[in-house]
Design a protein around this ligand. Sequence first.
Ligand code: ATR
Length: 270
Amino acid sequence: MDKYCVIGNPVAHSKSPQIHAAFAAQTGQNMAYERCLAPLDGFLDLVRTLVKQGYQGANVTVPFKLEAATIATRLSERARAAGAVNTLRFVDGEIVGDNTDGAGLVADIVRNAGVSLTGKRILLLGAGGAARGVMLPFIEEKPASILVANRTRATADSLAAAFAGHGVEVAACGFDEIAGPYDIVVNATSSSLAGDMPPVPASAFAKGTLAFDMMYGSAPSPFMAFAAQQGADTRDGLGMLVEQAAEAFTVWRGVRPATAEVLNNLLNLK
Ligand code: ATR
């Protein structure tokens, strides 16, 4: 049986085994998928062990996505653009790194939420790894503009500069310079993890704005609650989680699973 896992620290909370088991059952793929806890200084050793044990691939989650990009012997274009890897494929002695997070976010917004990104004004909050990972997939949807706002202005500047010249207006600012409203506001900061929210002004939102938080939890994040107060439609990161998993599954198995039922089952468990 082909073997896969998700590597993280912590990893006990990961829903990926449940999601991939559902995909495997649905598509008739004979595979196992488990959680692998890597010591904080033991990611590389664990990957070597998995390769020796005949694993076919792995997902990578916090805090190893940057390290995974450095150990890959080959990177997909989207992983190179993201500077981070969430999907590894072990094939013919190579470790191939891919990144399906951005594609997952776009699929969730476009297909599941039914909101086109084409021609839209996007405000991206945060300029760390999660924000970087969605830049190229966003640009491919041809929005009118992407404004990157970050607490540390210099990081927003360098992220915007890295994605200039693709035919989409990309600019950077600090939170105090945001003047909306925007069609789509994506919270790619890690602030929700601490029960906090980025200092985004109410003017960023209007009725009809889609406010998307990449995090998910049993209750709406402070960012989502604030956006809803301003009349925005809100969405958390659960659909993105399922869609990035579907993309990884497709990369590994060459067959694309349907996601609606899997997402509904997770929503019912909330
Ligand atoms: P990730 O991989 O989740 O993106 P990261 O690379 O450490 O993690 O980036 C975290 C992002 O969240 C950064 O943009 C960070 O802003 P700074 O560059 O100024 O550090 C942002 N962030 C974290 N906590 C925040 C908060 N409470 N308010 C606003 N931004 C926050």
